[in-house]
Ligand binder design. Structure first.
Ligand code: COA
Length: 320
């Protein structure tokens, strides 16, 4: 028994922020951003909360799967920007959907959040504990970036993607998850629990910090490695993969991964031009776009791969 994705959904805020808009608030240009990252626009929330975006994406995924909220056994949300320290975004989504029979909790794995949540749900289903689950990748990094820091604010956007998973005989074939906590400082964001009043330090929330070049080097090395691992361990020929759906951080990272894997670029769909890096949301949003545009055919073999703060990275091989 394994699990299969039976429905997808996504939600992107309506407000579009272009590179030219950013050039009005920091010293940057459309040319610099687009040539180094492939990003031209990103969506930024006006009023929407993280859990609102997650719930909207979830509703669309449930509708596409033909599954009622009461049928869900487990809701996992991959996010680094939940609206509250507690409860989890997953519990807020559960309440919003009326998924009265589900257990719900968040997975904190930054941009790998959706992938780690999907693989966790798969493990629960494989173990026979649950039959039907909902996995969400959502982030609202516009609330965590320093809008005066041109080296980070141009990269990120807000959004949510979701998938409904059900126990079936075909679907997810193999998963790989990795972490390297020794490198946590490369990409981080201070939380409100840092400091306390007793020792005289005010609790504070910091901005996202990133060593861009270190992240770049990490991604172009580790992503191809874990994709090869998931393929080798499952005995799958790389030529049989229809799509590699990678975390949408930077088109140069995607191109480098394709080159290292010696695979053509048409197997690597991209949408960061429109949305920027939406962290845990990039993989399920792109998956939903491909699904809704009819590009995924039953039996297609697909590799999903995420990477991000932690450091965390991983890959999932599935049959559509
Ligand atoms: N606009 C204009 N200039 C900028 C800029 C911006 N938005 N951001 C940085 N610069 C400047 C720097 O200040 C630096 O100027 P200097 O040479 O005068 O010091 C110059 O551009 C080069 O900066 P550098 O950081 O070396 O650029 P880079 O070629 O490494 O590109 C990234 C920067 C962030 C695009 C690149 O490192 C990257 O994509 N890294 C991966 C980040 C990522 O994907 N993170 C999320 C992972 S989940």
């Amino acid at each position: 028994m394994t699990s299969r994705i039976i429905g997808t959904g996504s939600y992107m805020p309506a407000q579009i922020v272009t590179n030219d808009d950013l050039a009005k608030i920091v010293d940057t240009s459309d040319e610099w951003i687009a040539s180094r990252t492939g990003i031209r626009n990103r969506r930024v929330v006006r009023e929407e909360s993280t859990s609102f975006m997650a719930a909207e994406a979830s509703r669309r995924a449930l509708e596409s799967a033909g599954v009622k909220p009461e049928e869900l056994d487990l809701i996992l949300v991959g996010t680094s920007s939940a609206d509250h320290c507690f409860p989890s975004a997953a519990c807020e989504v559960q309440g919003e959907l009326g998924a009265v029979h589900a257990a719900a909790f968040d997975i904190s794995a930054a941009c790998s959040g959706f992938l780690f949540a999907l693989n966790t749900l798969q493990a629960f289903i494989q173990a026979g504990m649950y039959k039907t689950g909902l996995v969400v990748g959502v982030d609202c990094l516009s609330k965590l970036v320093d809008w005066k820091d041109r080296s980070t604010c141009v990269l990120f956007g807000d959004g949510a993607g979701a998938a409904v998973i059900r126990a079936e005989d075909t679907g997810i074939r193999h998963t790989v998850m990795k972490s390297d906590g020794a490198k946590w400082k490369v990409l981080s964001c201070v939380s409100r629990t840092n400091g306390n009043f007793i020792n005289g330090r005010q609790p504070k929330q910091g901005y996202l910090y990133m060593d861009g070049q270190e992240v770049f080097k990490f991604a172009v090395k580790k992503v191809p490695e874990c994709i090869c691992e998931v393929l080798n361990e499952s005995g799958t020929d790389i030529g049989d993969i229809r799509y590699f759906i990678l975390h949408q951080a930077n088109y140069r990272i995607v191109e480098s991964v394709a080159k290292r894997l010696k695979q053509p670029m048409d197997k690597f769909p991209m949408n960061m031009e429109h949305y920027g890096n939406t962290s845990a949301a990039t993989v399920p949003v792109l998956l939903d776009e491909l699904n809704r545009s009819g590009k995924l055919k039953q039996g297609d073999r697909i590799v999903l791969s995420g990477f991000g703060a932690g450091l965390t990275w991983g890959a999932t091989l599935l049959e559509w």
